[in-house]
Design a binder for this molecule. Structure first.
Ligand code: NAG
Length: 220
C-alpha cells in the first residue's frame, strides 16, 4: 500500500506545471547507456543475452530531478513483468543495459534520450521530451526466450535449417509431456496448423530460420 501511494505521488509531482519549464535545454542529448550494478549474487547465472525471456521489476526516474515516472511494482497489480531482451519491445537503452544480467541482480541503468523516449517523450507516463531517464531494474529470472535458436536446433531434427510440421509436432509433444500436460493427437494437429498459419509466410509447408527467427538473434 505504501508503494502504491508513493508512486501515485511521484506521478502527481511530475505533472506539476513548474516541472516542465526550462528543463530541456539542460538535458544531455547524446551519450551512452550507463550501467551501475547495485547488487550481484555470488552465483551469477545464467546471464541474460539477446532473445532471452526475463522477469523483472523496474522503476523509472527522470535524471533531471529524480522524480519517478514509472513503477512496475504497482502497475499490473505489482506482478513482475516479462520481457524478451534485445528485440525492441522495451526501450533501446534497456535492451542494451540488461545484457549479462543474472537472476537476483539489481542495476541502475542511465539512458540518454536517444535510447529512451527521444524528442517526443512519453506523455502517458509521463516523460518530457529529450529526457535522460534512470531505471532501477531487478531481475527475477532469466531463461531462453520463446524463439531461441536453441529451441530451433532441437526441433530441426534432420538439421536442414527448416522446420516441417512433423518436427514441430514432435517437439510440442515432448515439451507438453515434460511439463506434465500430455494431450491427444488432435490437439497437437490443431496447434501445429495454427503455428504454420501464423508463421509459414511463404506457405511452403516449412518454417525457415527467417520465418522463425523474427527476433533476429545473432546466433546461427
Ligand atoms: C529536443 O532535442 C531536439 C534535438 O536537439 C531539438 O530539436 C528539440 O527542440 C528538443 N525538444 C525540446 C522540447 O526541447
Amino acid at each position: 500500500m505504501w508503494r502504491l501511494l508513493g508512486c501515485t505521488f511521484c506521478l502527481f509531482v511530475s505533472l506539476q506545471p513548474g516541472f516542465w519549464r526550462g528543463w530541456a535545454a539542460a538535458e544531455e542529448l547524446e551519450g551512452e547507456v550507463k550501467i551501475e550494478v547495485l547488487f550481484k549474487p555470488l552465483h551469477c547465472s545464467p546471464k541474460s543475452k539477446k532473445g532471452d525471456l526475463m522477469n523483472i521489476h523496474y522503476d523509472g526516474f527522470l535524471a533531471k530531478d529524480g522524480s519517478q515516472f514509472y513503477c512496475s511494482r504497482t502497475d499490473k497489480d505489482g506482478h513482475p513483468q516479462w520481457v524478451v531482451l534485445g528485440i525492441g519491445r522495451i526501450i533501446k537503452g534497456l535492451d542494451m543495459g540488461m545484457v549479462d544480467m543474472c537472476p537476483g541482480e539489481r542495476r541502475k541503468i542511465t539512458v540518454p534520450p536517444a535510447l529512451a523516449f527521444g524528442e517526443q517523450g512519453k506523455g502517458s507516463e509521463p516523460v518530457p521530451p529529450n529526457a535522460t531517464v534512470i531505471f532501477e531494474v531487478e531481475a527475477f529470472s532469466v531463461s531462453r526466450g520463446p524463439r531461441s535458436m536453441e529451441a530451433f536446433g532441437n526441433m530441426d531434427v534432420d538439421n536442414d535449417k527448416s522446420l516441417s510440421k512433423d518436427e514441430v509436432k514432435e517437439y510440442l509433444k515432448v515439451e507438453y509431456k515434460r511439463e506434465g500436460k500430455p494431450r491427444e493427437e488432435s490437439f497437437f494437429d490443431k496447434v501445429v496448423e495454427d503455428i504454420f498459419r501464423k508463421n509459414d509466410n511463404d506457405r511452403n509447408g516449412q518454417i525457415s530460420v527467417k520465418e522463425y527467427n523474427i527476433y533476429r538473434h545473432d546466433e546461427l
